[in-house]
Design a protein around this ligand. Structure first.
Ligand code: KIV
Length: 277
């Protein structure tokens, strides 16, 4: 496989087997058309709970519900043929007990057709991850900055600097030992990401965690530049669709006001006998 291709028909085992290999390409998607566009180029597509902030205008991911995740999971599933589809478990749907997590994860899988779920947390979630994995639910873990804990963290700050590194290392070790097939490392310093990636035997998928990771993930709307006022340091913009959309809408509004749109090519003539319309 070359660096420009990705595995067809990815699954949790094939993703795990990519540890230390060609970096894994991962993106979020929330709708069928975007899923269709990203699927041929990605190893893994995540229906992230970022959907709450990106598509629904919520101030954080805390208000995202199971029903929202299932609805968007179903939409994305219709656009996926090759990548591994992973759906996020939303805040409050898994933390109470392993049994609660199993009930909700199995519902997500049955109703969306995804092959794995993602949940946030390290040491504190290790027992739940083992419980799910032992019962046939592949789990992608998420440590470092875990956005569902924004109220506890007091913001979206870099995690694991200085003396705090030990906590993130313990979290990464715990989820790997518990049987997660991969782990998202969010917003941690490069040295820490490198040390964790070297130590654990499952792929690390970085977001704001340097090229030292085994793969990368971004929120698709961020890398497409759909937000004109949101520019986090860790996001590279590969397009400026926010500005392009504004320009298109301004041109449309002007055309309508000047009666330049619709033009003759957009107008239906009266149907003449024997002529196709
Ligand atoms: O919700 C999300 O989109 C995520 C990724 C950015 C890792 O958790």
């Amino acid at each position: 496989m070359s660096a420009t291709t990705h595995a067809k028909g990815s699954n949790p085992l094939s993703i795990r087997a990519r540890k230390g290999g060609i970096p894994l390409v991962c993106l979020t998607a929330y709708t069928t058309p975007v899923a269709r566009l990203v699927d041929p180029h990605c190893d893994l597509v995540l229906v992230g709970d970022s959907v709450g902030m990106v598509l629904h205008g919520l101030p954080s991911t805390v208000g995202v519900t199971l029903d929202m995740m299932i609805l968007h999971g179903q939409a994305v599933r219709r656009g996926i043929e090759n990548a591994l589809l992973v759906v996020d478990m939303p805040f409050g749907s898994y933390e109470e007990s392993p049994a609660q997590a199993f009930r909700n994860a199995s519902r997500i899988m049955a109703e969306t057709g995804c092959a794995a779920v993602k949940l946030e947390g390290g040491v504190s979630m290790a027992e739940t991850i083992s419980f799910l994995v032992a019962r046939g639910i592949p789990v992608m873990a998420h440590v470092g900055l875990t956005p569902q804990g924004v109220n506890a963290f007091g913001g979206y700050t870099v995690q694991g600097r200085g003396e705090d590194a030990g906590g993130v290392i313990a979290d990464a070790r715990a989820v790997a030992y518990a049987g997660a097939f991969s782990v998202v490392l969010e917003k941690v310093p490069e040295t820490l990401a490198r040390a964790i990636t070297a130590e654990i035997d499952i792929p690390t998928i970085g977001i704001g965690a340097s090229p030292a990771c085994d793969g990368q993930i971004l929120v698709v709307d961020d890398m497409l530049g759909l937000f004109t006022d949101f520019r986090p340091k860790f996001v590279k913009r590969y397009a400026e669709l926010g500005h392009a959309t504004t320009e298109a809408v301004v041109a449309y509004a002007e055309d309508v006001r000047q009666r330049r749109f619709p033009g003759p090519e957009h107008v239906f003539a009266e149907k003449l006998p024997g002529k196709k319309s």
